[in-house]
Write a protein that binds this ligand. Sequence first.
Ligand code: SF4
Length: 495
Amino acid sequence: MTDTALLGDDTPWDIYGDKLREECGVFGVINAADAAAICALGLHALQHRGQEAAGITSYDGQEFYSRRGIGHVAENFASGEQLAELPGHMAAGHVRYSTTGGAGLRNIQPLYADLASGGFAIAHNGNISNAAHLRDELVRKGAIFHSTSDTETVIHLVATSRYPTLLDRFVDALRMLEGAYSFVVMTKEGMIACRDPLGIRPLVMGKIGDAIVFASETVALDVVGAEFMRQVDPGELIQVDFSGKISTHRPFGNPSARPCIFEHVYFSRPDSIFDNRSVYSVRKEIGVQLALESPTDADLVVAVPDSGVPAAIGYSQESGIPFEMGIIRSHYVGRTFIQPSDSARHSGVKRKHNANRMIVEGKRIVLIDDSIVRGTTSLQIVQMMRDAGAKEVHFRVASPPTGHGCFYGVDTPERSKLLAGRMDLAAMCDFIQADSLAFISIDGLYRAVGHSQRDNDCPQYCDACFTGDYPTSLTDLAKREEASAQLSFPVNKVA
Ligand code: SF4
């Protein structure tokens, strides 16, 4: 039986509500005849990074054009008429899952402003962890904000900087930011792409003929037919003008990178290359490490699809236990389907996942998932396996316990709602009603990404949601008594 008392009244029962959610994906292209169409295609490949809104801004050498809307990329940029609203040879786009700033239309990116130097459009993946503090200061000086997005802070900082060139003003603004950002910026001089000094969120660069492309993930380069050139380095700005000249700038020197290790675990598509490693290969290796660390006597390895599949294959190959599709995923489920009544709630997981009874009946199962957040879905999936006749269910998790919130652009429940934030291993196992439960260790995860172990003096990745070791200052959190796991400005519900 589900212990709803433990979950709290506001526990979401939508079937995707028990996953950490990446907030955004960005894409930019310059010097392409059909820039907006390429941008729409690239955003479509990044749809998994944000499903609630999408936007594209283009530039034709004279004017900036913008189209933004609630919903998927295909709903907003599918037709020739929609793309015809976005002429020009430069375009930048954004997909978002709303967290910081709410879901209002005015928060959909790219954000645009007319500055003294001309038009300025910006698309942002990440979260600025001192944005509220900066905003307070700017408002005190007379700034008038039009959105509740942390990204608008950057526009105001650029607008009020005293430096002579736009690039210098932008760098001046970046120096005031804390947190995570991968930006794609358009001005009348060209495109600027940059990553925060720790490179927490990803950004890569490619080319199609003379056109240069920037994207959150390499899968977007593949889909638009671009050749992968390299990742944008942590702390690097790359400027591309309309003559095709590319210049790079490193205003922060060469800081030690701390990219988000959860990109490997869950956020990035498995066919992407992140931090110069195949996401699929890393996930498989996580399964290998899990099998070495937490072996089990079992008949079958079963993945919670889709994200648990590579780790399950790795676990199976290392352990010699056969891998089978013991759970089948429906690909036709609406993302925000909320169960209408108590009696319907328990079918929520089944709308997305269903047990393959003929495979699991009478078997001892090793069940592999990428993570446990609140534990609600895990509990229901274990129950689903038992209902289908599994004799034993041994749960193995392809990430360490997620016990801390993320302040870098990932939607995380507050710590008190994270299963690992309030329970030890035995209690978590009881909660999800598995026969056994094991998570990969933090060093096991680091081995899977190619290191012998975590360097505790100078960690190679951001892993704060597992360790609580945040790589940047968290000014807003420190200043807000009521800070929750994800910092937000007051949500404006008017689109
Ligand atoms: S806290 Fe976790 S999800 Fe957030 S950036 Fe760090 S590793 Fe990624």
